[in-house]
Design a protein around this ligand. Structure first.
Ligand code: 5GP
Ligand code: ZN
Length: 112
């Protein structure tokens, strides 16, 4: 999608701080990190949000990538959080599906 920020990162038009990439997903550091590790994992094809996820394998790839990155960054044992924000009440601001992976500090519950 031409006017999508994360599609521009996938195409290379905008260059994020990439931590992982394969043929299906791209993972990069969030520009406004909310924890010592704050990575966003996006599918390479445009999907607006979780409501549009029509591929269970892709969903699994996003989740497995989160676990892999947490392990690589040294947070697998101490713990981390994964979040999909969906639409307005979910707090979604970029309308290309992304999985937040946060680690390196103690998270609170319930979320704000
Ligand atoms: P959402 O609120 O949609 O769940 O999350 C969008 C995330 O994208 C936010 O955490 C925000 O900081 C991040 N973000 C917005 N613009 C950019 C950008 O240009 N580069 C990077 N790396 N992250 C961005
Ligand atoms: Zn997109």
């Amino acid at each position: 999608m031409t006017d999508c920020l994360f599609c521009k990162m996938v195409s290379g038009e905008i260059k994020p701080d990439v931590v992982f990439e394969d043929d299906q997903v791209l993972a990069f550091r969030d520009i406004h990190p909310q924890a010592p590790m704050h990575v966003l994992i996006v599918p390479k094809r445009h999907v607006a949000n979780l409501n549009g996820l029509d591929d269970a394998l892709l969903g699994g790839q996003l989740l497995q990538t989160a676990a892999k990155i947490a392990e690589q960054q040294g947070y697998a044992e101490s713990g981390y959080r994964t979040v999909f924000n969906c639409n307005d009440d979910g707090g979604q601001t970029v309308h290309h599906l992304h999985l937040h992976v946060l680690g390196g500090r103690r998270m609170t519950w319930p979320p704000g």
